[in-house]
Design a protein around this ligand. Structure first.
Ligand code: ADP
Ligand code: AMP
Length: 217
């Protein structure tokens, strides 16, 4: 099964992609995570991308398409994947379509997470992650079970994203509106769009996603 999770920054794509990947044994492919890893590793692409990401703008189609094209060639993607944060432009969607066609694979569903603006901002500014294993948390909505200790790996080091600032958020929302929201119409017209209320709790959203996937198959 090959899925796309679509929605504005902070909608819960990463959170749900991670849960779905475990439940359905699919590989989670987050272009944001891949670009941040490249930036941390200090590669040329990573350093270039970081300057763009910190401002809240989109990295070029050329770079992200290349990253995804190389990644889906890997054997672990053969059983299926969940794209989280890709495609983000109509050009990227067209490139993905071609990649899948060449590999004789199909897109099973595009799941749109719908969340109000104010809630998105609240989720973004409260977001943090374990610095060691990357597990995601939120100041209000998803706290570690033991105070300041990661549930997964026990680390006590946490970090926040450089682009989760009020200024970058405004630019990221504009980029979503301008470049990414047309994908909702694009996938609607193709009959693959499934919309879920992303305002609900993490568990309820996960349940609703399972519901739409069950109807599909
Ligand atoms: P995205 O990948 O779409 O940018 P994330 O999955 O990183 O969004 O979620 C943003 C923040 O909101 C994270 O801190 C996460 O823990 C929290 N979050 C995600 N889904 C929900 C939800 N349904 N209810 C409350 N908080 C959520
Ligand atoms: P995310 O982790 O999905 O919130 O992405 C963080 C940032 O990485 C975005 O604001 C962009 O700068 C960049 N990025 C991630 N995925 C893409 C993509 N598919 N196209 C362009 N830029 C991307």
């Amino acid at each position: 099964m090959n899925l796309i999770l679509l929605g504005p920054p902070g909608a819960g794509k990463g959170t749900q992609a991670k849960e779905l990947s475990v439940r359905h044994k699919l590989v989670q492919l987050s272009t944001g995570d891949m670009l941040r890893a490249a930036a941390k590793a200090g590669t040329k692409v990573g350093i270039e991308a970081k300057a763009v990401m910190d401002k809240g703008e989109l990295v070029s189609d050329e770079i992200v398409v290349k990253i995804i094209a190389e990644r889906i060639e890997q054997p672990d993607c053969a059983e299926g994947f969940i794209l989280d944060g890709f495609p983000r432009t109509l050009n990227q969607a067209a490139a993905l379509e071609k990649m899948l066609k060449d590999k004789k694979r199909k897109l099973n569903a595009v799941i749109e997470l719908k969340v109000d603006y104010n809630r998105l901002v609240e989720r973004i500014v409260g977001r943090y992650a374990c610095a060691k294993c990357g597990e995601g948390y939120h100041d209000r909505f998803k706290r570690p079970k033991a105070r300041k200790v990661c549930d997964i790996c026990g680390s006590t080091e946490f970090s926040r994203r450089d682009d989760d600032t009020a200024e970058a958020v405004t630019t990221r929302m504009l980029a979503y509106y301008r470049d990414t929201s047309p994908l909702i119409g694009y996938y609607f017209a193709k009959g693959t769009l499934r919309s879920v209320d992303g305002m609900e709790t993490i568990d309820k959203v996960a349940k609703d996603i399972e519901g739409v996937l069950a109807v599909r198959s």
